[in-house]
Design a protein. Structure first.
Length: 483
């Protein structure tokens, strides 16, 4: 029996009729040289051997009576792996557009909370004899980094696979009586006053470090920073309105794009920034193009939310969420690509410093403090009032997740690319996530179908913006050599 943290349980509260909270990924595979066929039967057998390595895959949710405390992961006495592993065939030769359309439909469907919260689909029929494996797992169970760690359990360093411990019969643990869970929750409630004092003390200690950010936000709202001669602040102010910061529907669109990592590194070296700064500049340029085409470019920069892993060595391999976040300005208002890179770098450096000023223990205590019943009611109020799309706290989520830098295989088939597919919520109708693998950066974009119907164009502009940045980097390098 394992209890969810407050942050894990918050992803359950985020789900509505139009918003799901699972994250996924699409592995593009080449089975040409595989030592055996990769079909539904062999993939199910592969999963059956490795599911014991990840206990949460055989556990379902058990709620505490009256929502007095966070739910628990409990062994599912009716666990059936054939329910979770499925197959879809595209009409040969299946195009990338047909694949993304199918993924869009699969990703829009909520997971059944009466069962372990994951599904895996083998998708055959792709052109060039490729196949795909789409996985989705609830965000309450994993974050981006632990999801990448989970993927390594399914992947091997050679087509032949690896030795695994003998498969033992699954004997699910008996669930506790609901009254026992209620009693445990009541005991935790008696400690709430002590926890409240600790939270208040943590907030008091963090406030001096957060004062510049708070002052910037308040000043922006009151219009105090609009005088002549002002310097553009690198702290995240109020997010402007955009077409994708509106109420979302239950429909999704996804798009994929891959770029060369060496080109990204060349830009990084020329401007003296990080790979993530180049990724952010690419996103700023692509979003600027999209907003210009839709006659919706704000005069002020967008605000990006960037998830930050706080997973240390002791929590590696553990499921659940070990994540914080930082807000940074995204210079979509600037036309010059070199200026965008410079401002992105300044903004992310400032955001990192401010995010680091918030102790992770404080985040955990805050999210774990309120019982789920209260969180669920608050979430319903927030979604019903529409505050998240009337005054969005940020415009877009941009996440960068590390991936393997050596060739890997699934069931003997070689992995060609891995595209992440993440979460959108009401008022946040666009998400961009990137995973690195074997000299390439693989972007996965997901959006509300009605808000960003042309998401494939946005994905294409990511590659176009890298070309623009590479040209600017070459001109900068040539100028330095000439000087």
């Amino acid at each position: 029996m394992q209890q969810l943290t407050g942050l894990d349980a918050a992803f359950l509260a985020l789900e509505t009729a139009n918003s799901t909270a699972h994250i996924g990924g699409v592995c593009i595979l080449d089975p040409t040289d595989a030592p055996r066929d990769l079909d539904l039967e062999s993939l199910t057998e592969l999963l059956a051997q490795r599911v014991p390595l990840v206990p949460v895959l055989r556990r379902r949710l058990m709620n505490v009576p009256f929502g007095l405390d966070q739910p628990y992961w409990m062994d599912d006495p009716d666990f059936d792996i054939e329910y979770h592993v499925r197959e879809i065939a595209l009409p040969r030769p299946g195009s990338d557009a047909q694949l993304t359309e199918q993924i869009s439909r699969l990703h829009a469907r909520p997971l059944d909370r009466r069962r372990p919260l994951w599904e895996l689909y083998l998708i055959t029929g792709l052109a060039e004899d490729r196949m795909a494996v789409y996985t989705k797992l609830h965000h309450a169970a994993i974050d981006g980094v632990s999801g990448a760690e989970l993927l390594t359990i399914l992947l091997d360093l050679s087509p032949e696979g690896r030795e695994l411990p003998p498969l033992e019969e699954f004997v699910p643990a008996a669930p506790p009586h609901p009254l026992a869970l209620a009693a445990r929750a009541a005991a935790r409630l008696t400690r709430r006053p002590v926890e409240l004092v600790r939270i208040a003390d943590g907030v008091r200690r963090a406030l001096p470090n957060l004062a510049p950010t708070i002052g910037s936000i308040v000043g922006g709202v009151l219009g105090l920073d609009r005088g002549d001669g002002g310097v553009i602040s690198t702290t995240a102010g109020r997010a402007p309105a955009t077409p994708f910061n509106r109420p979302i529907t239950a429909h999704r669109r996804v798009a994929f794009q891959s770029v060369d990592l060496d080109t990204v590194k060349a830009v990084k070296n020329a401007f003296g920034v990080s790979v993530n700064d180049v990724v952010m500049a690419m996103c700023a340029g692509a979003l600027r193009r999209w907003l210009v085409e839709h006659d919706a470019l704000p005069d002020t920069p967008l605000v990006a939310m960037i998830p930050v892993s706080v997973r240390d060595e002791s929590s590696k391999g553990a499921m659940g969420n070990r994540v914080s976040a930082m807000l940074a300005r995204l210079p979509t208002h600037l036309d010059d690509p070199a200026e965008r890179v410079a401002l992105v770098h300044e903004a992310t450096q400032t955001a990192k410093a401010q995010q680091a000023a918030i102790p992770q223990g404080l985040v955990d205590r805050v999210t774990d403090f309120a019982p789920p019943a209260l969180i669920a009611r608050a979430a319903r109020v927030v979604f019903a009032t529409g505050v998240l799309h009337r005054v969005p706290p940020f415009n877009v989520c941009i996440s960068n997740v590390p991936g393997p830098n050596v060739p890997v295989y699934m069931g003997g088939a070689r992995l060609l690319a891995h595209y992440p597919v993440s979460v959108i919520t009401d008022g946040q109708g666009l998400n961009i996530t990137v995973v690195g693998y074997l000299g390439r950066l693989h972007f996965g974009l997901v959006a509300c179908r009605e808000l960003v119907p042309d998401i494939d164009e946005l994905a294409g502009w990511l590659a176009a913006e890298l070309e623009v940045l590479a040209k600017a980097a070459a001109e900068r390098t040539d100028g330095e050599h000439a000087g």
